[in-house]
Each structure stands twice: as C-alpha cells, then as structure tokens.
Design a protein. Structure first.
Lengths: 397, 299
C-alpha cells in the first residue's frame, strides 16, 4: 500500500514536471524506419514532416506554441515499433504521432495509441487493415493510398486501359505481398479476368528464373507485382536475362530507389500508382519540391510519395489542433473527423478529408499511374495531370 | 526441352555457390571436426569488403573488370584473417577443453557479432555491386545465360581445385592432410596441428569470402546476404558428406537444380521443400552423406 502511494506520488510529480516543461512546445511523435530496406521511404517521410513542421513554426506555430518532433527509428520491426510507441506515449508524452512505413509495425503499435486516446496519422503504410483495426472512437487516420485502392488501380490499368488479357501475379511471401496478391486477385476477378499464373518468392531470393519462366510459359502478357525494391529488381533482371520483355505493373513500391537503381535499364517502363510525382504540376507542388531540394540539397527525392504524404500529414494535424483549441487527444480526433479548414496540401486539397466512419484521406480518384523512365518516376499518362486534372480531390460523401 | 536446359543452367550457377561455401565447412571439419557456423556472415563480410575495395579502385579510374581482379587478392587475404580470428577466439579453447558444443555457440556468436559490425559499417541497405562482366545475357544454343553466371561456375571450380592441389602437393598441404587423417599421430610426428587448424579456418573463410564476391554482382550486397546461403550450404555439406570435396560439388548441384526444377514444375511456393526432404532422407539412410566415409567412433 505504502509503496503504491510513493510510486503514485513520484508519477504525479514527474507528470507535473513534464507538463511544466511542455508548456512552450507541442510534442509530436514521429515513428519510421530510418535504416534498413525501407529506409528510403522512412527518411523521405521524415524529411517531409520536418520541412512542414519548420514552416509552421516559422509562421508562429499552433496555439501559439512550437511543434517539437520526437523522432524514433522503428527499424521496420514490429517489436521495436511497439517499444517506440510506449516510449513516445509514456515517457515523451506526445499529443499525436505521425509515421509508419510498414503495415506490420503500424498494426502492432497502434493499439497503445488507441488505449491512450492519442491520434495517429499514418502517412505511408498502405495495408488495407491499418485504419480498420478499431471501432469508433478510432484514433487511427491515414493520408496514404490503401492497398485496396492500389490493387484496383493496378488491375484497371492492366486490363481496361492497356488491354492485357493474361496477367501473371508475382508477390513476395511477406504479409505485404500475400495480402496484396489477394487484393489483386479480387480486383481482377471483378473485371472477369483470372491470372494465368500466381507465383511467390522469399525476401532475399537471388534467382527468379523459375518464377519468371512459369509466368512466361503460362503465356502471360503482363506481370503484376506486390513486393519490395530489391526482389522487384531481381524480377526485372531475370526477365532481361531470359530475353522476355512484358510490362511490369505493380504496387507503389516499384517507385522505390532500390528497384530503380538496381534494375537500371531493365526497370524502365514499370508502372505503379503514385499519389505524388516529383513534377511542379500545381503551385503548391512547385513550392514543396523547391523547398525540399533546397533544404536537403538533393535533386531527386528518394521517395517523393513518402515525402509529400509526410509533409501533408503535419498540416492535417496542425489544422486539427488549431480547430480543437487544445492538445487533448479526444478533441484532436473529433476535430480531424470534422475538419472545417480547407488544407491546400501537396497531394490534394483536403476538404473534410475524414469523418467519424471514414479515416482515409486518399480516395481512389487521387493517385495517378507513374512510370519509371531513365531513373526517375514520370506520369505514365501525361493527360492524367493536364490542366485542372492535376489537382484531384476526394469526392464529398 | 529448352526450358529444362534453362532451368538446369540457373540451378548449376546457384548450386556452385552453395558448393564453395559447403567446401569451406568441409575444410575445418577435416582437420578439427568442428564447423564455422558463421560461414554466411564470413561471406557477407567478404562481399562488403570487396564492394568497398572495388568502389575505391573504380574511383582511381581503373576499369571495372581490372578493379574486380585487383580486388580479389585483398578479399581473399581479408577472408583468411577473418577465419583465423574466428578460430583463435571461438574454436581453440573448445578444442583444448575437448568441449563437444562450445565451438557451436562460439562460432554462432561470432557470426552475430560480425553481422552487427557489418551493419554498423555498411548500413542495413542492400547495395549494388558493380558487375565486372557485361550484364547482357548470352544466347548459347537454346539457353540464355549471364556472363557472371558462367564466371561463378568457373571461379568456384578453380578455387576448389587450387585448394585441393595445394593440399596434395605442398608440404604445408601435406600437414593438413595428415592432421585430417589422424590429429594425434600427426602431432606426434611433429606437425603443429593447432597451426594447421587455424590455417584450415583461414582457408574456410577465404572460400566463403570468395563465394561472396562471386555472387554479389548477380544479387545485392548486404550484411544479411549470407544467412540463407550459409544455411543452404550447410544442407549441401550434409547431403554431399562432410569429408568429400566431390560431395560438396555434387551436393551443391543437386540442391541448386532441384530447387529451380521444383520452382518451375511444382510450385514456386514449395521451392525450398525438396532440398530439406533430401536432407532428411540422406540423414536417415546414409548419415555420412552421399560421398562421405562412414566414421566409426570407438568408445
């Protein structure tokens, strides 16, 4: 009993001290992989977030306070992500967290935020289940294109737009690959097409001859992929080795630097859904690209999609805090679900992006198809970004 | 028919990489009846050192092909040093104490340390290794093959042949053979058996490092690239027999070819299964391996 009360007293005093310190800043958590196979996405996302936070702070911050980012590397590992979540919530006392590149890490970590009633905005992880983990009140939001959207776009591009009839699906054996493969098969089925081959490989496999030959022998006229950079490059290289060239259309990971750089010329022509392509098609995009290039001294953003979505997620959060007039998690969630301010973002203009039942800011009409060309991602169909079509906005529900 | 030939060619090239690593397992087993379970990490370290060296040489305006050749001796020397360190830190004590399992834990632990070291120096991202040969595939009869795949087969055979010739002709090699035949008797005849064991570890890691720079141009280089290869090569060493050089080659070829054939004719999801089934079959029917000599342990 006595021990308990001492512990309580210590906890209360540290909590008080914590809040006294936090008075002049608002702490926002940032969780992503900054090393490892997903690092290009994690680092681009982080840099986009930092850029936006800096701009907001320069303009006076939110509620008169500066945003302080607490960055933690979750190494794309579920168990590290869980530790990071607990540290950010209990030790750092963040009022919201941005991030997550990996669906698995997001699914493992979000429980703690839900229990603590602290909002999470997923700005990169695409697994369809990410925002569907909890019932109302749901503290998990997302401003990235979910796999359900991407798989529909991939199927539509291959079958309707390019007129292929015999797709083969190549997916890795991780959750990401297998869930994506299931989504893709479903999307193809809706169009009345059955894949002629469905092949699998492990992360780290070095020889894709068997998989690619099977697709070739099944008479595939297009390869649909759900995997990550290095293995996607092995597929492109195996096709080149076998002297067989059919188009590759797949999830947005085909825009990863590890695919583009490793596959080199063999990767040219790969097509994938993108919420943002590094082109100044709107004034906001132009400003963002120039600011990013200047601040980080790069020409090509390693993962433009991650950077843009990271950048937008900060503005969404800041608008919600301003509207709530408080850093209370519940009030921020309510504000996010009914955002009155129109936010002029890089990806799109957010006009009531979320509701109590819909936590996805990106709708199926927003992403366009990108194409790998000479080491960069360019629009696959230039007309998609012509004139006012450049800015695609979520339809009002 | 064309497809079968194509699959076999791919299988052979993968299999020869397994064979070189398995050969490394055999070298230490012959002299000391111990194995380096950090072979996969030795392979990754060799490839990463090779990557840094070749990039430095290319930076000195040396063409990729010559840079690759110049890089080889450096990687081989590094591999030998790394193997000697493993023996010195992990195995020597266990042998002196006649410990049955101490070296297993020690070599695994050293492998983990080397992997973490590599992650800290080179990062966790898979890196591209410059290819010394054109990456354009060649058409040979019905089969298309990358020049580097041919180089893997030739290089692997050359290395194993060189080590065998060294063991059979040089005086030091004869000491190795003598130690392998009977360590106690060799010791009584004046052979410094502890030095021979150190040397066999050095040769073993040399093979692994060489396999690393052979396979790196067709895959990606990274601290974890050796994990799967090291494990598969261990299966190859068991299938072929831990005491037979020919066994390593045949075992490697069997596993490599069976893998690609299963991937194509049965299902890519079951690619790894037949190799393991084969491993279990060999262990239950001929535990010393297809080419191994049965050893009788007298108590």
């Amino acid at each position: 009993m006595k021990l308990n009360s001492i512990v309580l007293a210590i906890m209360a005093s540290t909590a008080l001290a914590g809040s006294a310190w936090a008075d002049d800043t608002i702490k926002v958590g940032l969780s992503g992989p900054f090393t490892g196979g997903s690092a290009a996405m994690g680092v681009s996302m982080r840099d986009g977030v930092k850029l936006a936070a800096e701009e907001i702070n320069k303009a006076g911050g939110v509620l008169g306070k500066k945003i302080e980012l607490v960055e933690r590397n979750d190494e794309a590992k579920n168990e590290v992500g869980v530790q990071v979540a607990q540290e950010l919530i209990n030790k750092e006392g963040v009022i919201a967290t941005l991030g997550y590149i990996n669906t698995g890490v997001a699914l493992a970590s979000q429980r703690f935020y839900e229990e603590a009633e602290i909002p999470v905005i997923n700005n990169v992880a695409t697994g369809t289940a990410v925002t569907a983990q909890f019932k109302e009140p749901n503290y998990v939001f997302r401003n990235a294109a979910a796999d359900a959207i991407q798989s529909r776009m991939i199927a539509d591009e291959a079958i309707n737009r390019q007129g292929f009839k015999k797709p083969a699906i190549l997916a890795d054996s991780t959750n990401y690959g297998q869930l994506g493969q299931a989504d893709l098969t479903k999307a193809l089925d809706k169009l009345g097409v059955k894949p002629v081959a469905t092949e699998k490989f492990n992360v780290g496999d070095t020889d894709m001859t068997a998989q690619v030959l099977r697709a070739k022998e099944a008479g595939a006229d297009v390869i649909l992929t759900y995997a990550i950079g290095p293995e996607l490059a092995q597929i492109a290289n195996a096709m080149a080795k076998l002297g067989w060239k059919v188009p590759m259309i797949g999830s947005w990971t085909l825009s990863m630097a590890s695919f583009i750089d490793t596959a080199g010329a063999n990767g040219d022509g790969a097509i994938m859904p993108q919420t943002f392509i590094q082109l100044p098609t709107t004034p906001k995009r132009k400003a963002f690209i120039e600011a990013y290039q200047k601040k980080y001294n790069v020409d090509r953003i390693a993962s433009p999609v991650s950077a843009a979505q990271g950048y937008d997620s900060v503005y969404l959060l800041a608008a919600a805090i301003n509207q709530a007039g408080s850093t209370d998690g519940r009030k921020i969630r309510e504000a996010l679900e009914n955002l009155n301010a129109k936010i002029d973002g890089v990806v799109t203009t957010y006009d009531h992006p979320f509701s109590a039942t819909d936590h996805e800011a990106i709708s199926g009409n927003i992403p366009v198809m990108g194409l790998v060309k000479g080491g960069r991602v360019v629009p696959a169909h230039a007309e998609d970004l012509d004139g006012d079509k450049a800015l695609r906005v979520k339809p009002k529900s | 028919m064309n497809i079968l030939a194509q699959l076999i060619v791919s299988g052979v090239s993968v299999g020869m990489v397994y064979a070189v690593i398995a050969f490394g397992y055999q070298l230490t087993f012959a002299t000391s009846k111990t194995l380096n379970f950090g072979q996969g990490e030795a392979l990754a370290l060799g490839a990463l050192v090779g990557l840094t060296t070749i990039n430095f040489l290319i930076g000195q305006a040396i063409g990729t092909f010559w840079a690759y050749l110049l890089m080889l001796p450096i990687v081989l020397v590094f591999g030998m040093a790394q193997g000697a360190v493993v023996e010195w830190l992990g195995v020597r004590q266990a042998i002196r104490m006649k410990s049955e399992a101490g070296w297993i834990m020690a070599t695994i632990a050293l492998g983990i340390i080397f992997k973490n070291l590599a992650e800290n120096i080179w990062g966790r991202d898979p890196l591209k290794f410059p290819s010394p040969l054109p990456e354009q595939a060649l058409q040979i009869g019905p089969v298309r093959v990358q020049p580097m795949e041919i180089a893997i087969v030739v290089g692997a055979l050359a290395l194993m042949l060189a080590v065998e010739i060294f063991n059979r002709t040089s005086i030091f090699g004869k000491a190795v053979v003598a130690t392998a035949a009977d360590r106690d008797a060799a010791g009584l005849m004046g052979v410094n058996t502890s030095l021979v064991i150190t040397f066999s570890y050095a040769l073993s890691s040399l093979s692994a490092a060489f396999a690393g720079v052979l396979v790196a141009p067709v895959t990606l280089t990274g601290a974890s690239m050796g994990a799967v290869l090291g494990l598969k090569a261990f299966a190859v060493a068991i299938i072929g027999g831990l005491s037979s050089g020919i066994g390593a080659i045949v075992g490697g070829l069997i596993l490599g070819i069976v893998e690609t054939l299963t991937g194509f004719y049965i299902s890519t999801g079951y690619k790894d299964v037949p190799g393991l089934v084969l491993l279990l079959l060999v262990l239950s029917l001929k535990p010393s391996g297809l080419f191994g000599k049965a050893t009788i342990k007298k108590v």
